[in-house]
Design a protein around this ligand. Structure first.
Ligand SMILES: Nc1ncnc2c1ncn2[C@@H]1O[C@H](COP(=O)(O)OP(=O)(O)OP(=O)(O)O)[C@@H](O)[C@H]1O
Length: 260
C-alpha cells in the first residue's frame, strides 16, 4: 500500500551539538515521488534516515500511514537504498534479492527476480557476489533488492551516485515506471537537479544546515519522461526554478516555509 508521510516539528541535534534538521513540517502524499535537494551537509540524509526510522528525532514526529516508521519497517512496507549499499557479501545478487523477499515473507518469483536484475542492467550477474561488482553495479543491485518486495515506501539516498551517466539516464527512465505501477511513495535525495526534475512530482529545496524547507516546487511534466523532455523549455523552466531556490537559500535570503 502506498503511504502518506507526515513530519511534524521534526528536528535533529546530534550529540556533539550539530543541529542537522530544524522544526520541519512536511506532508508527502501517498504514491508521489519527492526529491530532497540542498547544499552538501545540509541534513538531507539525516531527514531521510529519520523518515526511515533509522535515526531517532530529537524533536517532533514522523508518521507513515499514521504509524511510526518502525511499524512500516517491521511489515516490510518500507525499502531503503543508500549511497553505500549494504548487500550481504556472502550472497550473490540473486541471493540478496531473494533474502529480502523471504524476510518480507513474500513468495520468491524466480522470473520476477530475473526481470528486476535485468531492469537494473545486471543481466548475467545474478550469481555474482558484491565484492566482484563495481560500486555502481552494487548500487544497482541494492535498488533491485529495494524494489523486490514492492514496498509502499521507497527511500533512496543518492542511489545513482556511482553509476555512469548512460546507465543513470536509463534507470531514471525505467524506475518511475515500476514505482508508478506499484504506486510506491518514493523519497529521493539527490545532488542532481536534472535528475530531481526527471524523476519527481515535487522537489523540496532545503536550506544550508540546519535543514529547513525554503522552496516546494511541483513538477507537473507528463509521464513517461525522458531526458529530452527535461531539457525542453518546460523542463528547463523547472530546473531553473530549483537552481534559483538553491542559490537563494545559500545566500540566506528567503524565510523557511512549511510544505503540504
Ligand atoms: N551520526 C552523526 N553524528 C554527528 N553528526 C552527524 C551525524 N550524521 C550526520 N551528522 C552531521 O549532520 C550534518 C548533516 O549531515 P547529512 O549527512 O544529513 O547531510 P547531507 O545533506 O545528506 O550531506 P551530503 O549532501 O554531503 O551527503 C552534517 O554536519 C554532519 O556532519
Amino acid at each position: 500500500m502506498p503511504a502518506q508521510i507526515v513530519c511534524t516539528g521534526l528536528g535533529k541535534t546530534f550529540g556533539g551539538g550539530t543541529e542537522a534538521v530544524q522544526a520541519l513540517d512536511l506532508t508527502l502524499a501517498a504514491g508521489q515521488t519527492t526529491a530532497l535537494v540542498g547544499p552538501s551537509g545540509c541534513g538531507k540524509s539525516t531527514l531521510l534516515r529519520m523518515i526511515a526510522g533509522l535515526e531517532e528525532p530529537s524533536f517532533g514526529t514522523v508518521t507513515i500511514g499514521g504509524a511510526p516508521p518502525s511499524e512500516t519497517l517491521r511489515h516490510a512496507g518500507l525499502s531503503v537504498a543508500f549511497q553505500d549499499p549494504s548487500l550481504l557479501p556472502w550472497r550473490s545478487v540473486r541471493g540478496n534479492i531473494e533474502l529480502a523477499l523471504r524476510l518480507a515473507r513474500r513468495p520468491v518469483d524466480v522470473a520476477a527476480v530475473e526481470a528486476l536484475i535485468a531492469l537494473v542492467g545486471l543481466d548475467g550477474f545474478g550469481d555474482t557476489k558484491p565484492a566482484e561488482l563495481s560500486g555502481g553495479m552494487r548500487q544497482r543491485a541494492a535498488i533491485a533488492r529495494a524494489l523486490a518486495t514492492k514496498p509502499g515506501l521507497l527511500l533512496l539516498d543518492e542511489p545513482f551516485g556511482a553509476v555512469d551517466e548512460l546507465t543513470r539516464q536509463q534507470l531514471a527512465q525505467d524506475l518511475p515506471r515500476i514505482w508508478e505501477a506499484q504506486r510506491t511513495t518514493t523519497v529521493l535525495v539527490t545532488h542532481s537537479v536534472s535528475e530531481a526534475v526527471l524523476l519527481s512530482d515535487r522537489v523540496i529545496v532545503l536550506s544550508p544546515r540546519p535543514a529547513q524547507i525554503v522552496a516546494d516546487i511541483d513538477i507537473p511534466l507528463p509521464r513517461p519522461r525522458s531526458p529530452d523532455m527535461v531539457r525542453s523549455d518546460a523542463g528547463a523552466g523547472h530546473i531553473d526554478a530549483v537552481f534559483a531556490a538553491l542559490s537563494e537559500s545559500r545566500a540566506g535570503s528567503p524565510p523557511p516555509m512549511a510544505a503540504q
